[in-house]
Design a protein around this ligand. Structure first.
Ligand code: GDP
Length: 759
């Protein structure tokens, strides 16, 4: 099968084109650096199927970032049949910089000028014939978004792939041409493929090239002495870059023809509009404040049971809804439910109706209290539904996040936060994986490959789990809901929001400590263009949500289903493999064994009967975070006869709180513990793969220490406002902190030893 590779600058529309060509649903992000791994798919609309490879977005083929190395190696080593170079028409000259380098490789190239819809909307036009003539390769105007001209693009690429193409360069100055020519001959003599490309890179002092062809370096050095540029002295890389830009502006500054309507004026007005928005949104103070407010409303609309705090207004009207289906869906104690909660209630009601129907049917068939009914309804179905019930809220939350990303707002957030994070020793680049962590740690950790500095990468991977992912949402919502119900607090959304804040603060503190101890280093400069604002695309939003939903449902039916079944067995059978009361079950004995560990965090030995369930849930959460609530659900069914997991989905948490005697600070510390501790299996495996050998075990230790310190801190702090006795917690927190400090010192020492060994 023929292979066409897509190459282009970040944010030029590569992923959009890839998705439309292959019908796949890769994540399209309106910020640079979202695609790090290469992806492939198949285009089927030509006479033969074509494999399409989406390479990571890059500005050049130099070896400064891993994206650049991935793309360069792919084109050089895997030799695709054609490279489709996507350039952004609204940013033509800068995009052509990469083109000038691609043309140097002996591979068929087709240039796809994307975003033509934007250009045409502005009334501008582009003369592709001029481009074609000068570049010497086919040029096709497309709009990836509107799927315009894609067939033609593929046909031209197919034609091009049938012929061989030899690399050409735009470097024209005599000395340089001469130098490159001589090195090229040397490469040819050595039978190296792509001699022109390698020659130019060697002349540029390219790191990879210099390592591969050390023997040619003296010759290049000798030539270089003869070359001296007034502006750049002997910095040959800068001389070459300058020449490329000169070539581009000389030849292509006029390819875009602006419409007669005082185009410049129009543009100015437009720019100031977007600039004006940015002035506010990226303002030092307002920008942050606005971001915090927006985040609060996102959470409010997803979780609140008192929408816009209007509850008081409707107090009198509320009784007329009492007991009706409206109350269950739209009202909670007289407050209006947010859209997220309404959807949640709807799912919840449907699921409990299903469980009722199944258990009713089984009871009449098998007789009351049959173990099979217990297994199916209390074990399998209630565990499964407890998790699936959260799907709507997760989707609502991600709808907001995706919208923020797609409009270009998230890129501004990364920009604002870059200013702050720089102070903590991280670059803004590290922020993209961190924000991705709110979705799922796995792709977020993979995205850290864009970080050039290994220490920065380690620090980032370690704190990614603190950016609470979608799977931790059920823990937050259920327990916060349970706490509110049992202890009479009013705002679930305030608790969930503050827990996200706790995660972020812990991340900041942890980074700060690491960057000044075990993971020292300077933050690399962060250059990111702010993408244009645009209205979110319905299709792109739906792709995001579909992705999330698919992943979540698949997980519910595989790993979580299996876990609930195992938990049911362990909680219903004793070591003698006979069915027994839960107190005597295998699970109970395991739970009781590890329970004391959590005493300083408020959910250990101080709890009464069943107190061990928190210890068990924390452990099952290591398999998948959804398991925490699924475990509660299975156990709640075993504790309370005829238990029904309804009522805003927090009934499970309510059973746990009332039956274990946990205090509210303890319950909230339990949330904090789960947010900060070792992430799920999948995330651990990814971290292990991404980290250098030997670092993973320290990372595990880091998560354990961080969660114990963080959660005991939360417990101690909140206990000041309650009646909990802190006889245990305070000294333990102190010990944890001391342990943390010791670990840091030890690691610092260890790392020094490693470094000196390397040196
Ligand atoms: P990548 O970083 O190169 O993969 O770029 P993406 O495919 O993620 O696209 C970046 C942004 O540009 C997204 O918001 C897309 O919706 C938008 N985009 C992509 N192609 C077009 C196009 O042809 N026209 C317009 N107007 N927007 C586009």
């Amino acid at each position: 099968m023929k292979r066409f590779a897509l190459a282009g600058n970040p944010n030029c529309g590569k992923t959009t084109l890839f998705n439309n060509l292959t019908g796949s649903t890769a994540h399209v992000g309106n910020w640079p650096g979202v695609t790090v791994e290469k992806k492939d798919g198949v285009y089927k609309k030509l006479s033969e199927p074509i494999k399409i490879i989406d390479l990571p977005g890059i500005y050049s083929l130099s070896p400064y970032t891993s994206e650049e190395v991935i793309s360069r190696n792919y084109i050089l080593d895997e030799k695709p049949d054609c490279v489709i170079n996507i350039v952004d028409a609204t940013n033509l000259e800068r995009n052509l910089y990469l083109t000038t380098q691609l043309l140097e490789i002996d591979v068929p190239v087709v240039v796809a000028v994307n975003m033509m819809d934007v250009l045409e909307k502005n009334g501008d036009s582009l003369d592709e014939k001029v481009l074609e003539k000068k570049l010497g390769v086919p040029v096709v105007k497309i709009s990836a978004l509107e799927e315009a001209n894609l067939k033609e693009l593929m046909e031209r690429a197919f034609e091009a792939s049938e012929k061989k193409r030899e690399g050409v360069t735009v470097l024209e100055s005599k000395d340089l041409k001469h130098l490159v020519g001589d090195v090229k001959i040397a490469f040819k003599g050595k039978k190296v493929e792509n001699p022109l490309f390698h020659a130019i890179k060697l002349v540029e002092n390219d790191e990879i090239e210099a390592k591969m062809h050390e023997e040619l370096l003296p010759m290049v050095e000798e030539f270089k002495q003869t070359l001296h540029d007034e502006t750049f002295g002997n910095d040959i890389e800068a001389i070459i870059a300058d020449e490329r830009y000169n070539y581009i502006s000389k030849n292509f500054s006029k390819v875009i023809v602006h419409s007669e309507l005082a185009e410049n004026e129009k543009k100015e007005v437009k720019e100031t509009k977007s600039d004006r928005i940015d002035k506010v949104l990226t303002h030092k103070v307002w920008g942050l404040l606005i971001f915090a407010v927006i985040l609060f409303f996102v959470f409010h609309l997803t979780f609140s049971e008192n929408l816009f705090f209007l509850g008081g207004l409707f107090k009198d009207a509320a009784p007329s809804f009492e007991g009706s289906i409206y109350e269950g869906l739209f009202w909670t104690d007289g407050g209006i439910n947010s859209p997220g909660v309404i959807l949640f209630n709807f799912f919840d009601m449907s699921f409990s109706a299903i469980i009722d129907a199944v258990s009713g049917a089984m009871a009449s068939g098998l007789g009351e209290g049959h173990w099979l009914t217990g297994f199916l309804c209390d074990g399998v179905l209630s565990g499964l539904f407890a998790i699936l019930g959260f799907l709507p809220q997760i989707l609502v939350l991600f709808l907001f996040f995706s919208t923020m990303e797609d409009t270009g707002y998230m890129a501004r957030v990364a920009f604002i936060l870059d200013r702050i994070f720089r102070k903590f020793g991280l670059s803004g680049r590290a922020f993209i994986p961190m924000i991705m962590g709110f979705g799922c740690s796995v792709p977020a950790m993979i995205n850290t490959r864009t970080l050039a500095d290994e220490h920065e990468k380690v620090a980032t991977i370690r704190v990614i789990p603190f950016f609470s992912c979608g799977a931790k949402l059920p823990i937050l919502v259920a327990i916060a809901g349970g706490v509110c119900e049992v202890f009479g607090f009013s705002s679930v959304d305030v608790i969930t929001y503050s827990m996200y804040v706790v995660g972020v603060i812990t991340a900041i503190i942890a980074v700060l400590i690491m960057r000044h101890s075990t993971q020292r280093g300077e933050a690399a400069p962060f250059i990111m263009e702010l993408p244009q604002y645009h209205w979110p695309q319905f299709r792109a939003l739906m792709i995001h949500l579909w992705d999330k939903a698919k992943h979540f449902v698949k997980k519910a039916f595989t790993i979580i289903l299996a876990s609930t079944i195992i938990i049911w067995f362990l909680s219903n059978f004793g070591w003698d493999w006979q069915m027994c009361e839960m107190e005597d079950s295998i699970l109970a004995s395991i739970g009781k064994f590890i329970q004391p560990l959590f005493t300083p965090l408020g959910f250990g030995s101080q709890l009464s009967a069943f107190g061990w369930v928190f210890a068990v849930a924390a452990i099952t959460g290591l398999i998948a975070k959804e398991n925490v609530i699924a475990t509660f659900s299975v156990l709640a069914a075993a504790i309370v006869a005829g238990f029904e997991g309804t009522e805003e989905g927090v009934a499970e948490a309510v059973v746990m709180i009332t039956n274990t005697g946990i205090t509210w600070p303890g319950a909230i510390a339990f949330i904090a513990f789960n947010m900060l501790t070792i992430p799920c299996f999948a995330a651990c495996a990814t971290a292990k793969g991404e980290l250098q050998k030997g670092t993973f075990k320290w990372t595990l230790l880091f998560w354990i220490v961080a969660s114990f310190i963080g959660a005991s801190f939360v417990y101690c702090f909140l206990s000041m406002f309650s009646t909990d006795t802190l006889a245990w917690a305070i000294p333990c927190t102190a010990v944890f902190i001391a342990l943390g400090v010791l670990t840091v010192f030890y690691l610092r020492h260890y790392e020094r030893k490693q470094d000196s060994k390397l040196a």
